[in-house]
Design a protein around this ligand. Structure first.
Ligand SMILES: Cc1cc2nc3c(=O)[nH]c(=O)nc-3n(C[C@H](O)[C@H](O)[C@H](O)COP(=O)(O)OP(=O)(O)OC[C@H]3O[C@@H](n4cnc5c(N)ncnc54)[C@H](O)[C@@H]3O)c2cc1C
Length: 393
């Protein structure tokens, strides 16, 4: 049996939130994943699968982790540690399930941070029930790692609101979401001539919002969003003029470490598949698990995986306790996603031909794990953050 991540966190004393509530959460997640194994969701239809996952996540009250208690959430504010625990469990079962879960947080946290009390009251309870499906629209064709390249513009409409013009790409839940948070360049720069950015809430059925779906390597509802003069009334602006980047970075700051936790989930699953296979498969007259070369290979990756868990739960606990430094989530995401890639690759190798056979968990994991090193800041961008902390700028 692989090490229980809950025990690992407890032994390290890096628990964010209280032991009892985390233990209860893990119990619910375990039951959720077991029920899913008995009654799996067909992921062939990405939109249908996301809706079904959200229905089940809402019924299990797991979406409540994404919003503050004042609006139907589980804790006073969304906490990194419980979200990490949930992502680790959910990613063990399915990447698409993990995406359905996390997008409710990534797409609603800007609202939690900066919407008016009226807009929060209107939107956030429906996030926990899955009735509002959320999207977070930051990336653009000319603005990926460097968000300051953003060209989507917020033109004042003369009535206190704006009209959005531009294109967003790689937007998870595009075409499925009923709630988009869109970041755009403000019409007025700072007095020093620097660009300013705003954040805006846009309903999925807004006039002028067009979506083109794309496909990535593993099931993931995603697409390009074109904004052709989408009208946004003043009441749907998040924060004040020029607050957009702060809101976007504040959101990524919470969710970045949780990408590391999803990677842990993929690695957990890959390790169990590899261990089970090596114990079962006999070659050269004995189980492969008796071959020292393979034992050493797995000893290495399980150590790597344990180090990744320490970094993820250290960063999550520090964040929840208000003592995180910028390099903590960056190290956690960098190490856990790169390590999970190594673990999954090693598991594929342990299974031989079966490892790459369609329908095997390892084959699916091999596709699912890849995007984690890219979204919410690539591995290279995490290294920039870590190096900045090291050198002071
Ligand atoms: C599955 C998936 C889901 C996504 N979901 C969303 C979403 O919901 N919302 C959203 O807004 N975005 C989303 N994205 C977009 C994602 O955040 C971007 O793809 C990511 O930030 C990288 O941007 P880019 O693809 O433009 O790559 P680029 O920025 O063009 O980078 C290309 C390569 O150059 C490297 N690079 C760039 N700058 C530097 C540098 N200074 N030093 C060293 N190397 C550098 C990068 O690390 C990368 O390897 C998603 C992406 C994927 C794959």
């Amino acid at each position: 049996m692989l090490q229980d991540p809950h025990i690992l966190r407890r032994d390290l004393g890096v628990v964010g939130g209280d032991h009892a509530s985390l233990a209860r959460l893990e119990g619910r997640l375990e039951a959720f994943v077991a029920a899913l194994a008995d009654d799996p969701v067909d992921e062939g239809d990405e939109h249908g699968a996301t809706r079904e996952y959200l229905r089940r996540l809402a019924a299990a009250e797991l979406l409540a982790l994404m919003v503050p208690a004042a609006h139907g959430g589980a804790f006073e504010r969304p906490l990194a540690t419980p979200i990490c625990v949930a992502r680790q469990w959910l990613a063990r079962a399915s990447g698409a399930l993990d995406t359905a879960f996390v997008m409710q947080g990534l797409g609603s946290y800007p609202i939690t941070q900066a919407a008016s009390p009226e807009l929060k009251a209107e939107l956030l309870p429906a996030v926990t029930t899955g009735e509002r499906i959320c999207a977070f629209a930051l990336t653009e064709p000319e603005a990926g790692s460097d968000v300051s390249g953003m060209q989507t513009r917020a033109e004042p409409d003369g009535d206190g609101g704006v009209r959005l013009h531009g294109e967003k790409c790689f937007i998870s839940n595009a075409g499925l979401a009923s709630s988009y948070v869109v970041f755009a360049r403000e019409a007025k720069d700072t007095p020093e001539g620097k660009p300013r950015y705003g954040a805006f809430w846009v309903p999925g059925d807004a006039e002028g919002l067009e979506v083109e779906r794309i496909q990535v390597v593993a099931p993931h509802p995603i697409g390009t969003v074109r904004l052709r003069g989408v009208e946004v009334p003043e009441a749907h602006r998040l924060g004040k003029e020029g607050d957009g980047l702060h809101i976007a970075l504040g959101t990524l700051d919470l969710f970045r470490v949780t990408v590391g936790a999803a990677a842990l989930g993929f690695a957990d699953r890959a390790l169990s598949e590899a261990v089970a296979h090596l114990q079962r498969r006999v070659q050269f007259g004995k189980p492969l698990a008796k071959q020292q070369g393979l034992r050493f290979a797995l000893a290495e990756v399980v150590t790597d995986h344990t180090a990744a868990q320490l970094l993820v739960y250290r960063a999550a606990a520090a964040r929840d306790e208000g003592r995180a430094t910028a390099d903590m989530p960056a190290m956690a995401k960098l190490y856990a996603t790169e390590s999970a890639q190594r673990v999954v690759d090693r598991a594929v190798q342990c299974l031989g031909g079966l490892g790459v056979t369609v329908g095997q968990a390892t084959e699916r994991l091999y596709r699912e794990v890849r995007a984690l090193r890219i979204y919410e800041g690539t591995s290279e961008i995490q290294k920039l953050v870590i190096a900045r902390a090291l050198f002071g700028r």
